[in-house]
Design a protein around this ligand. Structure first.
Ligand SMILES: [Zn+2]
Length: 94
């Protein structure tokens, strides 16, 4: 199993993941080159007023250069991705 989460994703999920890409990238910029755990990223996301009550749509595993999953952001597997997946629950900020 290589899954970060078990949320049932509905059609159109891609629009959600992509919708938060720019802001997500912006808030992660100060952490560039750092390896962060999912829980740490979670806490960073939770502090952003724009993401309030939408945290469930924002996962690092949807924005990885070397990882994708059902309904990932358009940046998945591309050079514009926000993270590089190091191992389960660990991501390096690009
Ligand atoms: Zn993205």
């Amino acid at each position: 199993m290589d899954k970060e989460k078990d949320i049932e994703k509905s059609p159109g999920w891609e629009k959600f993941a992509g919708k938060f890409h720019d802001k997500f990238k912006e808030i992660m910029a100060p952490y560039k080159n750092n390896v962060l755990e999912t829980a740490r990223i979670r806490r960073i996301v939770e502090k952003v007023p724009e993401f309030k009550n939408q945290e469930q749509w924002i996962y690092p595993s949807d924005h990885c250069k070397n990882h994708t999953n059902k309904g990932a952001c358009w940046c998945a597997l591309k050079k514009d991705a926000i993270f590089e997946r190091i191992s389960r629950g660990k991501f390096r900020v690009l």
